[in-house]
Design a protein around this ligand. Structure first.
Ligand code: AMP
Ligand code: ZN
Length: 110
């Protein structure tokens, strides 16, 4: 998608430090952190909603959760973390490219 912020970051058209990248996903710090540590795990393929996933997207998402767990110690999330996926307008989704918020580094409010 030409206008999508996360596609632009992936293509290097918006500067951002990728903390991790492979052929399927990349990881950046959220520009407006809601916790001491706030990361975005972003599948590279552009789609907005969980309901739009192909079989391959489902497999990538499953692998992404495993990558979150594997990278957590390196990201300062040893004490635990929260995983959030906002969906659509009511869910508070502002960027229409599926992404996983990973928050932690401190005790989060319930
Ligand atoms: P959501 O509201 O769930 O769609 O989350 C979008 C997130 O992207 C928000 O938490 C924003 O702070 C974050 N965000 C927007 N632009 C950037 C950017 N250029 N770099 C890093 N994070 C961003
Ligand atoms: Zn996109």
């Amino acid at each position: 998608m030409n206008d999508c912020i996360f596609c632009k970051i992936d293509r290097g058209e918006i500067p951002s430090q990728k903390l991790y990248e492979d052929e399927e996903i990349f990881v950046i710090k959220d520009i407006s952190p809601k916790a001491k540590c706030h990361y975005l795990f972003i599948p590279k393929r552009h789609y907005k909603l969980l309901g739009e996933m192909t079989d391959e997207d489902q497999a990538i998402l499953a692998r992404t959760f495993a990558k979150i767990a594997a990278l957590a110690p390196k990201l300062g999330l040893d004490g635990g973390y929260r995983v959030v996926i906002n969906q659509g307008e009511d869910g508070g989704q502002t960027v229409p490219h599926l992404h996983i918020h990973v928050l932690g580094g401190e005790k989060l409010p319930i």
